[in-house]
Structure formats: C-alpha cells, structure tokens
Design a protein around this ligand. Sequence first.
Ligand SMILES: Nc1ncnc2c1ncn2[C@@H]1O[C@H](COP(=O)(O)OP(=O)(O)OP(=O)(O)O)[C@@H](O)[C@H]1O
Ligand SMILES: [Mg+2]
Length: 280
Amino acid sequence: MSDVILEVRDLTMEFGGSAGGLFSKRSEGVKAVDAVSFSVRRGETFGIVGESGSGKTTLGRCILRVLDPTGGSIRFRPKEADEVELAGAPVAELRQVWRKLRMIFQDPQSSLNPRLRVIDIVGQALQKSEGLKGKALSDRVGALLESVGLRPEFMLRYPNAFSGGQRQRLGIARALSTGPELVVADEAVSALDVSIQAQTLNLLQDLQEEFDLTYIFIAHDLAVVEHICDRVAVMHRGRFVEVADTKTLFANPQHPYTQALLEAVPVADPRMRGKRARRS
Ligand SMILES: Nc1ncnc2c1ncn2[C@@H]1O[C@H](COP(=O)(O)OP(=O)(O)OP(=O)(O)O)[C@@H](O)[C@H]1O
Ligand SMILES: [Mg+2]
C-alpha cells in the first residue's frame, strides 16, 4: 500500500479568466494557485504557510472540491477504496469522498449555526448519510464530544453557550463525525487566544494519533506551524517556492522568500527583539 494519501500535480485555479469567443478576446484571470505540485504522506501534518493572498485558502478549497480547479490533478487515496481523481469529479462521486475528507474552519463563531443544538450540528452528517436518530445518534454525538474533551450532556446546548475554544472543539467533533482520513484545517487556531491555541493544537495532535488522521494545516503563524507540522510548504503568489521538513526549513531556509518570511516573525520576548533566533 502506498503511504501517499494525496497527490497534487500542476494544480491551477484561475479566477475571472475567459476563454474568449466571437466578440470577446481571451482574457487572463488571476491565478490564485499556479501549477502547484506536492504529495501528502499518510499520518503526517503537512503545513502550508504564506502571506495573506498567497493562495492558501484557494488551494485548500480545491483539495476539498469546494472549488473545481481550472487545471491539474488531485488524486486522493483513501484506505480501503480505489484512488479518486478529485479534479473535475462529479458531485455524485464526491459525496462518498467527502466523508473521508473534512475541513476545520478558522472561525468557529460563524461556521456553527446558532439556531441548531450541538447534537444537530455535530450529528448532522450522521443524520443525513447514516440516518441515525434517537439513542443511536445521541450515543455517537456523546462519544464525539468526549473525544474532543467536552461533556456529552453539552449536546443539548446551542453554540452561543460555549467559549471560543469550546466552539472550535465542536467544529473538530463535527469534522470527525464521518470518520475522515484527511482533514484540512485552514487557520484553525488563528482566532483563539494563545493559551487556548496551545490546548487546541495538543488536542489535534492527540486526535491524530487516536484516529489515524492526516492533516493539511494552513496557517500564517510560523510558531504554530513549527510546533505542529512535519513538513512545510511555503506559498508565494500562488506557487510553492519551497517544501521541506519543518526542522530543516526553520534552521536552513533555502528560498529568499522563506528567509524573508522567517525574519519578519515578531519575537515575543523583548530581550530577543532585533535578533530573531534563526535556529541552527
Ligand atoms: N472567489 C474568488 N474570486 C476571485 N478571486 C479570488 C477568489 N477567491 C480568492 N481570490 C483571490 O485569490 C488570491 C488568493 O486568495 P486566498 O484567499 O486563497 O489567499 P490566502 O493565502 O488564503 O490569504 P489569507 O492568509 O488572507 O487567508 C487573492 O488574490 C484573492 O483575491
Ligand atoms: Mg486564507
């Protein structure tokens, strides 16, 4: 069995271009993602960093097939199923894949419907695709809540009864509900206080072990990426300029853009300011 779970080749997402026609000239759009290639190994945490507008979210959305890329291929290899080509795949074919491929959003406030109880938010996919209800549903949702460190009886509450960190745990439980293999987390801890960030990262690491998950972890915060990722890709203007093991990347960045990105990191300790420790 291959240990590669996702293989992306020449992935391109161009917005607003037109092919041209009888009365219009062909126009170039914005290539938010431009011929990106990489592979993700089963069980690893693959980071994607880059400044705002570099194309990280667009790339994540293409992998989840919220967007259909304008070029290239995305091959997903779930454990006990055939490889699937996600680029251009019809929605009917994607329904099964979406169980194995889930997303954790940045803003748990706006991604949880305030009018639904937790049981209906976390259990939504279970109700829809497995037809679970009654005790079977509450047992499963209760177990999911416990696995993210929340009390099962919270399932009867509404999202506004929870803190930001707890809401992010609900988002994680919802992502886990379908038994995913690959989880794309886009700025999953960016909106949280620093102490809550650390707890959430630890939880994600524990869950990765427990449920054999692979993560694509999109973030602009390099300290977070350094903490959690096995490998990191640096994205700049729609392209990957460097992909390396996390240790290697931080100790010995090769590309000038990566070097600039690392040097721009604000240093928390005032005594260290002006001499950002380039780890060696
Ligand atoms: N639906 C869209 N239509 C047109 N252009 C878009 C669309 N979505 C994104 N873009 C453009 O694509 C580029 C990449 O945006 P994207 O949101 O992927 O960047 P990002 O790296 O996630 O930024 P951030 O760190 O701020 O989240 C930007 O120039 C953006 O304006
Ligand atoms: Mg983004």
